[in-house]
Each structure stands twice: as structure tokens, then as C-alpha cells.
Design a protein around this ligand. Structure first.
Ligand SMILES: N[C@@H](Cc1ccccc1)C(=O)O
Length: 509
């Protein structure tokens, strides 16, 4: 029989009478545990050894548990501060004791709940008294935490610590200890294994990896390569990777560039003029109040062409074109120059269409951006205070709603989404306007994925554009929810993001 060198080493190190762990065999053979495990599985396939596994539960201190080992449990600190303040004789005011005990935030509630539960004393009418028979030094929870800290945690259970299981359960429910599972594999020689060793086994020299030397010398021709064992236990290696949203954004950019679009860029903090006034949004529109807008306390924006301001003001006051009528509501240049975080990237479309950004404006033209916007929304599964908008516009003669719908169908098809729906909508700056909806793959719900339309003459006229412009703002996060199946936008980014989801989510190509 011929085995690989590693298999032979493991076979020789294994015993027929003692179960030996992979770690022990690794030490003896000077091989890595995963190599030993791989060889052991191969030997088990040949019937030469038996591999068994035992799952062990190990107790570990959590970070909070470790803090209390160092600083004392909150209830014990409350007890000692109470004692110092004389609460064993007469009740003392809670406020003073809590300050003395140096408890803050959630620790106060933790201290109070456990203080009463452990019979250290009582709290009544805002005053704390200490029970005469209280003895925190005999507290089994503190003792168990200390024992666990001393023992370093490995392989311990309630029995090893000499405490009752109920104490461990309590520490577990307080989040001060955690149970970790570890699997230990053991290897024992079978009768066939013993026979094989007695009759003599040869090691075949095998090569684990093809090297430049093997190639250069030609030795690879005669080498025997170790078989690749896809079942061998190996550590999960987690490298850094691009965030799923960034990957989706990159993909969106590729798709739009492929569809003939050029990218726009511009300021996150911009004048209201570009964010709203150019869009024929009346200055008393609810979205322009301090409730919805993140206004910035900075100098007003100076560099806006005067003629453009005049034309936009005139559109607001008197309308644009024949039969036009304006809003007849107040319009102030001062307000137009105020700076806020943009609530949509349509501010970029205005900058580009007006010519100040140096864009080519001879039709046909196509521009896009995938950039962040800021809104004072209420957080929920589909809303964040900031998100990425996929902005875009197409300028051409005689555009129709069919062009708009066809563009979205083509765009979303690249992400495998073929069932978008359109709903007539109203925007002060587009006519007609449509909201876009897509079906969530997990919940089956129709979620809003974008807003679009053909710019009104009151928008294009003052900008100096005299052909049709269709435009849209799509939410990148909503697209990512449809492609990855994420049900809550907060799993995607922000402080509550789900790390496992981010590690494993696929971006469709
Ligand atoms: N600005 C719109 C999107 C949009 C852009 C351009 C035209 C029409 C709609 C929004 O944020 O919802």
C-alpha cells in the first residue's frame, strides 16, 4: 500500500487504543491541524482509521462580563456606595449614591434590578437602604465571573467552575458570559490500520503544489501530485471586499456608460437655486421648509449667473412661454442663494443643463450620476436619512413617454428585473411624471424604486434648452434590495448593517 507522506505520518502517530485529537497528532507530526484532518479523512476513506467528533461547550466572559470582573458588578458598586453613605443605618437619597457608585447610563437600571433581586437592600420613594444581612462577598455570580476570568475560559462548564448551573444561566441571560461551541476531532486506528502498519506501508512522495522550480526543471513530469481534498477542514478566510452598495453603484455606472451616458459630478451642499428654484419648485413648497431640508449655516452661494437667476425668477413669477402663468407667490433671490444638503441630485442635472458645468448641450445628450442625497425622513425599512440616487437625463428632439419607459426597461433588464411598473405621478418640474415600482423578490411587495418625467418648459426654458429632456432619480438602495433580496435598507448600510449579509451578498451581473 502506498500512502502520501502526510497520511503515513498521521497513521503512524495514531493509536489503536487511545483516541488522539487532531491537535495532538498535529504536534506530534509537525503538521498543521487542517493538514492532519485532511489526511485523517483520506485514511478513514481507506478504512485505516476512524474519525470521531465531539462537540464541547466552552464558557467565555463577554466584554461586559470582563468589565465587571475589573470594576465590580454594578449592584455591588451600588451596595458599597450605599454602605459608605450610611444606608445601613438610615435610608439615603438615591441620586447621591448613584453618583458615588460612578454608575452611568444603562448601568443604573442594571444595578437597581440586581440589587433588589440579590436582597442587598431596597429602594423606596427615591431612597436606598441596605439590608443588614446582605453579603456581596458571598455573591455566587461574582465568584463565578472571577473563577472564569482566572481560568482563562477554556473548556469550562458550570461543573468545572464549581457553581450551580442556574448561576451560569443567570450570567448568560445578563449577557456576561457566552457559550461557545467547539468541535474536537479524534482519530483512532482501525484493525485494518494496524494490519497495514504491520505489513508495511510505503510513503509515496507527493507534491502539494506546482512551483516554478518544478516547471523549470521538468520534474513535474514524474511528480505524483497529492489529491485535492475538498472536504478538509480549513479556516474560513475573510478578505476585505467592496461593500455591496459600492459594487451595485459600480455596476450601475458600467450599465449607464454602456448605454451611452456620461457622468456628472457636483457639490453635496448646494444653493437652493440649483436644488429647487431651477426645478420650478415654488419657494413656499412644503419640501422647502426647515422640516425637510438640511439647511447649512454658511455663506450664500455667489457664483450663479445673473441672467439665469433673472430667467428663473421670471418663470416663477410669470410662467414661461405662451399662455404662461407663474406662481404669484413670493420669490426671494436671497433664499435661492442659501446653501443646504441636496435632497436630490437633480441639482446636478440643473447645473449641467444650464451650461455652467461645461457639458455638451447639442442634442442628443445623455448624462447620469450615482451620488448621495440627504433627506429628513423617518427611518424605517425603506428609508434612511441619506441614500444614493441614480440620476439621469436624456436630451433629444421629440421625446415621448415610450422613450422614458423603454430606457428604464432596458436599464433594469441588465439587473434581471423585467417586471417594473409605472404609476402616473406629479412633480412640480415634470409633465408627465411617473413613479417606478419593482416587486421585492422575498416579500412580493411592490416597492417604489424611482421617480421620473419629462421636464416642463418652465424648467428647460430658463436654462436655455429648447428641446425635450426626460429625466429621473432612482434609488440605488432600492435596486440593491431587489437584486440581493435584502428586506430592510438598514441591513445594507448604517450602524445596524448585517455583517453576514454584507459578507455574502451577491451583486448580479
Ligand atoms: N428629483 C426626483 C427624481 C426626478 C428627477 C428628474 C425628473 C423627475 C424626477 C426625486 O428625487 O424623487
Amino acid at each position: 500500500m502506498r500512502l502520501t507522506e502526510r497520511q503515513l505520518a498521521v497513521l503512524e502517530a495514531a493509536s489503536a487504543t487511545d483516541e488522539r485529537t487532531v491537535a495532538e497528532l498535529g504536534e506530534e507530526t509537525d503538521l498543521k491541524p487542517e493538514t492532519v484532518a485532511g489526511a485523517a479523512f483520506d485514511l478513514a476513506d481507506e478504512g485505516l482509521v476512524e474519525v470521531a467528533s465531539v462537540t464541547d461547550e466552552t464558557l467565555e466572559l463577554t466584554d461586559e462580563g470582563r468589565t465587571y470582573v475589573d470594576e465590580g458588578l454594578p449592584e455591588t458598586r451600588l451596595y458599597r456606595a450605599g454602605l459608605d453613605a450610611g444606608a445601613d443605618a438610615d435610608p439615603v437619597s438615591m441620586g447621591a449614591v448613584i453618583g458615588e457608585a460612578d454608575l452611568d447610563g444603562p448601568e443604573v437600571d442594571i444595578a437597581l434590578a440586581n440589587f433588589a433581586r440579590k436582597g442587598f437592600g431596597s429602594v423606596d420613594g427615591g431612597e436606598l437602604s441596605i439590608a443588614s444581612d446582605a453579603d456581596p462577598d458571598a455573591d455566587p455570580e461574582a465568584a463565578a465571573l472571577a473563577a472564569l476570568a482566572d481560568a482563562g475560559g477554556a473548556g469550562l462548564d458550570a461543573g468545572d467552575l464549581g457553581v450551580e448551573a442556574s448561576v451560569i444561566d443567570r450570567l448568560d441571560s445578563r449577557g456576561l458570559v457566552a457559550l461557545a461551541e467547539s468541535v474536537t476531532r479524534t482519530v483512532t486506528l482501525t484493525d485494518d490500520g494496524v494490519d497495514a502498519l504491520m505489513t508495511g506501508v510505503e510513503a509515496a512522495e507527493t507534491v502539494g503544489a506546482l512551483t516554478p522550480e518544478l516547471l523549470a526543471s521538468g520534474e513535474w513530469r514524474d511528480a505524483e501530485f497529492a489529491e485535492y481534498n475538498v472536504e478538509a477542514e480549513a479556516e474560513t478566510a475573510r478578505g476585505g471586499r467592496k461593500h455591496v452598495l459600492r459594487r451595485t453603484a459600480d455596476r450601475v455606472k458600467d450599465v449607464l456608460v454602456g448605454m451611452g451616458f456620461q457622468e456628472m459630478e457636483g457639490p453635496h451642499a448646494d444653493a437652493d437655486f440649483w436644488i429647487n428654484d431651477c426645478l420650478f419648485m415654488p419657494q413656499d413648497h412644503p419640501a422647502r421648509t426647515h422640516w425637510d431640508r438640511f439647511a447649512l449655516d454658511v455663506d450664500p452661494m455667489e457664483e450663479i449667473p445673473d441672467e439665469l437667476i433673472d430667467r428663473v425668477e421670471s418663470a416663477h413669477r410669470d410662467g414661461w412661454g405662451e399662455d404662461a402663468d407663474g406662481y404669484h407667490s413670493p420669490w426671494s433671490e436671497e433664499f435661492a442663494r442659501e446653501v443646504a444638503l441636496r435632497g436630490h441630485t437633480t441639482s446636478l442635472s440643473m447645473r449641467y443643463l444650464s451650461g455652467v458645468a461645461g457639458a455638451e448641450l447639442e442634442p442628443p445628450q445623455r448624462y447620469f450620476s450615482v451620488e448621495k442625497v440627504y433627506r429628513n425622513d423617518t427611518l424605517d425599512p425603506t428609508h434612511l436619512l441619506e441614500f444614493f440616487q441614480i440620476e439621469g437625463w436624456v436630451m433629444a428632439e421629440d421625446l415621448s413617454v415610450r422613450d422614458l419607459m423603454g430606457t428604464f426597461e432596458e436599464f433594469y433588464r441588465q439587473f434581471g428585473i423585467t417586471d417594473i411598473k409605472f404609476k402616473p405621478h406629479y412633480n412640480p418640474y415634470t409633465e408627465p411624471s411617473f413613479e417606478l415600482f419593482g416587486e421585492h423578490p422575498e416579500t412580493g411587495e411592490e416597492i417604489e424604486i424611482g421617480n421620473s418625467g419629462v421636464f416642463r418648459e418652465e424648467v428647460t426654458g430658463p436654462l436655455g434648452v429648447d428641446c425635450d429632456v426626460m429625466a429621473w432619480g432612482l434609488a440605488l438602495e432600492r435596486l440593491a434590495m431587489l437584486t440581493t433580496g435584502a428586506e430592510d435598507i438598514r441591513d445594507l448600510h448604517g450602524t445596524l448593517a448585517d455583517i453576514d449579509f454584507l459578507r455574502n451578498a451577491e451583486v448580479s451581473y
